[in-house]
Write a protein that binds this ligand. Structure first.
Ligand code: PBG
Ligand code: ZN
Length: 279
């Protein structure tokens, strides 16, 4: 991903400071652990990379909202978002076992200072389970941004490469949404809101602008759109070839997302965009 880098703990604090300086309100953290295993142990380790980054960022920029991606794929040796069982040619993602590990992960992020946790795995019941665990653990002020309508998409490729998390076998269609099915997406959003999501997200963004609009209109909840890595990389490549003018095209797309109901936009252009919009 051109212009997007893995950051060390030291670099991430400087980056957070820069984000705050250009007027961004929040950062979304993803971790890449030293070791991956089949229980994703580094995801919920007290001294895991996200936990340490949270402490460092909150120490330097207490006013910056820190959101953490809660998922196991970066921490699993097989790259899936949950605990898996392989039977011959098939594999299953074990929902309940996965939710237990997601709870541990969310609690460890909250303890390290996360303002919101953002479960991105799409397992059933995870929002309610995490909400209950946070409340029981004394973290009733920690919010949840749910990746509520996350579609199985061709546009996550550059992220998976950057996060070193492509699935080693199979794909994610057993747990991410079928993009032909809008009603199912709306049902998933309704469930996540019932279970206690504070913010609901639609992902990817531009090919799902109809879903974004429907979610925003129907549920009247803070709605986030995630403009994903493939969407970013495509436009970057087009700009490099002189097909579009980057700044003009980015502002047009982000305006379209706002028009379609995005209260929050997650984008790899955030820092530049914040500057462009001020000029
Ligand atoms: C992990 C996760 C993914 C993204 C965000 N969290 C990848 C995936 O589901 O395969 C994608 C982000 C992007 O493409 O920018 N669950
Ligand atoms: Zn995942």
């Amino acid at each position: 991903m051109p212009g997007v880098f893995q950051l060390s703990l030291k670099e991430i604090v400087d980056d957070a400071q820069r984000a705050q300086d250009v007027g961004l309100q929040a950062v979304l953290l993803f971790g890449i652990p030293e070791r991956k295993d089949e229980q994703a142990s580094s995801a919920y380790a007290e001294n895991g990379v996200v936990q340490k980054a949270l402490q460092a960022i909150k120490g330097k920029c207490p006013g910056l909202i820190a959101i953490t991606d809660v998922c196991l794929c970066e921490y699993m040796s097989h790259g899936h978002c949950g605990v898996t069982r392989v039977d011959g040619d098939h594999f299953h993602v074990l929902n309940d076992e996965t939710v237990e590990l997601l709870i541990k992960t969310a609690l460890s992020h909250a303890a390290a200072g996360a303002d919101l946790v953002a479960p991105s795995d799409m397992m059933d019941g995870r929002i309610g389970a995490i909400r209950n665990a946070l409340d029981a653990g004394g973290f009733d002020q920690t919010g949840i941004m749910s990746y509520a309508a996350k579609f199985a998409s061709a546009f996550y490729g550059p992220f998976r490469e950057a996060a070193e998390s492509p699935p080693q076998f199979g794909d994610r269609r057993s747990y991410q949404l079928d993009y032909a099915n809008a009603d199912e997406a709306l049902r998933e959003v309704a469930l996540d809101i019932d279970e206690g999501a504070d913010i609901v997200m639609v992902k990817p963004a531009l090919p799902y602008i109809d879903i974004l609009w429907r979610v925003h209109e129907r549920f009247k909840k803070p709605t986030a759109a995630y403009h994903v890595s493939g969407e970013y990389a495509m436009l970057k490549a087009a700009a490099e070839k002189g097909i579009v003018e980057e700044r003009v095209a980015v502002i047009e797309i982000m305006t379209a997302l706002r028009r379609a109901g995005a209260d929050i936009i997650i984008t790899y252009w955030a820092r530049e965009l914040a500057k462009w919009l001020r000029e």
